[in-house]
Design a protein around this ligand. Structure first.
Ligand code: BV8
Length: 247
């Protein structure tokens, strides 16, 4: 039975370890479009053409136009109170907070979060399309024509350091470890449409003997709503600043 929160607070005691998963919804109040909302990112660009290896092989210019536009939008945006609330939580409970984001923008970092992972990659990094072993490149440039696409020293093209559909998300071993040891799992602003991220709440709940307490924060129920102990309906920027009660 999923209860809708009467009280919008999550108690964190000195022994609690907190796993937070964020999605596009946490950056919505910073002005960044989500994927599946009405005027979302996929509206202009079918996902197959810009967020799959096949789309990259077929039209790398279109893929770079898509991510270049998102680089420009992310550079023009600012962290919102939800990002700042999670940076504050890290200050309060330190390494007992593990922040995993599906987002590729850098708003968590710009709000002050330090201990986080980007399981779907990072907008402001590029990498060799051939995985030749060259290091990731910090890259905030826009590339709008095939002729502008930078080359790796090995002769291959540079691609966005993004996990596309059909590719393996980053740091899954670390994520599994942190889910296995968290006592509280909080999911913020994600539709629950994409796996394996949408399964994290099931993993945390299914743990033998000591299931985690699981919470969702967002303006509408996610697809995996039934897996949550509590659904806290509302926008992340409104709910997160006063959400955590730390004892
Ligand atoms: C993989 C690129 C194998 C980055 C993205 C079943 C099981 C396992 C896999 C699959 C499966 N079925 C299909 C698959 C494969 C596939 C998949 O899930 N397909 C879906 C479409 C069915 N998954 C994969 O290919 C993944 N890889 O499975 O590898 C594997 C598995 C396990 C272990 C090892 C290997 C790779 C997935 C990554 C794909 N890359 N994007 C980019 O371009 O940004 S996914 C894309 O969707 C983004 O990364 C985004 O983060 C992600 C999820 O979207 P959301 O963040 O949820 O955004 P959305 O628009 O959907 O929702 C926004 C939400 O915000 C809404 O709920 C809204 O209510 C809320 N909101 C709005 N305003 C606010 C708000 N919330 C709070 N406050 C507000 N103000």
């Amino acid at each position: 039975m999923v209860e809708h929160a009467a009280t919008d607070s999550i108690e964190i005691t000195a022994s609690d370890r907190v796993f937070v998963l964020t999605g596009a919804g946490i950056s919505a109040e910073s002005g960044l479009r989500t994927f599946r909302d009405s005027n979302g990112l996929w509206a202009g660009y079918p996902v197959e053409t810009v967020a799959t290896p096949e789309g990259w092989d077929a039209n790398p210019e279109l893929v770079w136009q898509f991510y270049s536009q998102r680089r420009r939008e992310a550079q023009a945006s600012q962290p919102n109170p939800a990002h700042r609330a999670l940076a504050e939580l890290e200050k309060r409970i330190g390494e007992r907070l593990f922040l995993c984001t599906q987002n590729v923008d850098n708003l968590h970092e710009r709000a002050g979060s330090q201990n986080l992972i980007h399981m779907h990659g990072e907008l402001f990094r590029s990498r060799c399309e051939a995985n030749c072993g060259a290091p990731l490149i910090e890259d905030s440039h826009s590339y709008n024509s095939i002729h502008e696409i930078p080359m790796c020293a090995c002769g291959s093209r540079l691609r966005p350091h993004i996990v596309w559909f059909g590719e393996v998300p980053l740091e899954m071993t670390r994520i599994q470890t942190e889910i296995d040891r968290c006592s509280i799992l909080v999911v913020v602003g994600t539709s629950g449409a994409v796996h394996p991220a949408a399964s994290f709440v099931h993993w945390a709940k299914a743990r033998r003997g000591n299931p985690a307490r699981t919470y969702y924060v967002g303006p509408e129920e996610p697809l995996n709503a039934s897996a949550f102990t509590r659904i806290i309906l509302g926008r992340a920027g409104e709910k997160l600043p006063d959400l955590f009660e730390i004892f």
